[in-house]
Write a protein of this length. Structure first.
Length: 275
């Protein structure tokens, strides 16, 4: 697929998706969502990629300013919601668990961690995208808002499910009911972010963390742990323990277990096989 709204960069085992509509502050469109899901599926199937980073094109002066205003006007003119996508859109992360087979929830079914590098404003669907990433790093002063209240929309794309799990019900109700603007510093304080850094520090810190994940954690461990975390949001503690015990018995037979032990004993970086 020809990419018109995204850019893709490679750096070692990390692939970076840049939301790239700089003239519109990287605003989200149906075309962007179509390209995003296509690229995400390709990267998830690429064994050379260990970590996926999502950020905004720096020229756009934002991470993602939300849905493009032209699309919002289009909904109004048509008198109905139009996602701007078609039925043959790619399905990254689908098939892992039924609950994940939905828009943006598909991130939970991916086999690789996704880091949102929030280098500017994240509004509406931009905030949703960040919320469904596994980790969130942001530049100081970046503005956030759920945005939906000003348009008579509901909380979008499962944000009413994921946000309380990230920041707690009290903070989530504040942000969802008010649609107020809040800054990265507050987002860090309430637990939405993993790191809040200067603009200059942001991407180096993101890539250093991605490199650490790729070096220290076996691919199978990253995959299964990620699936455990999100699956456990839907099951009991007993079921979680039993699944962990089953996975332990299975994963201990993989060559990466022996390699991990050997590398630890020899005080060197492991040479993961993956799979």
């Amino acid at each position: 697929m020809e990419l018109k709204t995204l850019k893709l960069e490679r750096r070692g085992t990390t692939a970076t998706i840049l939301l790239s509509r700089p003239h519109r502050r990287n605003a989200w469109t149906g075309r962007m969502h179509t390209e995003y899901r296509h690229v995400l599926m390709e990267l998830d199937h690429d064994p050379s990629v260990r970590v996926i980073v999502v950020t905004g094109d720096p020229d756009g002066k934002a991470f993602c300013a939300g849905a493009d205003t032209a699309a919002l006007e289009g909904h109004s003119d048509k008198g109905r919601y139009d996602s701007g996508t078609t039925s043959d859109i790619a399905t990254p992360g689908y098939g892992t668990r039924e609950e994940f087979d939905a828009t943006f929830a598909y991130h939970f079914g991916l086999t690789k961690p996704v880091i949102a590098a929030i280098n500017g404003a994240a509004a509406g669907v931009g905030l949703v995208l960040a919320a469904f990433a596994d980790l969130r790093f942001a530049a100081k002063g970046a503005k956030f808002t759920t945005a939906h209240g000003r348009f008579n929309f509901p909380a979008e794309f499962g944000l009413s499910w994921v946000l309380p799990r990230l920041v707690g019900l009290t903070h989530a109700n504040d942000l969802l009911l008010s649609s107020r603007v809040f800054l990265a510093e507050e987002a860090m304080e309430i637990g939405f972010l993993n790191r809040c850094l200067s603009e200059e520090e942001l991407m180096p810190a993101v890539y250093a963390y991605a490199d650490m994940l790729a070096e220290k954690s076996a691919p199978g461990s990253l995959r299964e742990t990620k699936w455990q975390v999100y699956t456990d949001q839907h099951r009991s503690v007993g079921a979680s323990v039993r699944e962990a015990e089953h996975l332990l018995e299975t994963m201990i037979t993989h060559p990466d277990y022996k390699e991990g032990i050997k590398a630890w004993m020899e005080k060197r970086a492991a040479k993961w096989q993956g799979g």
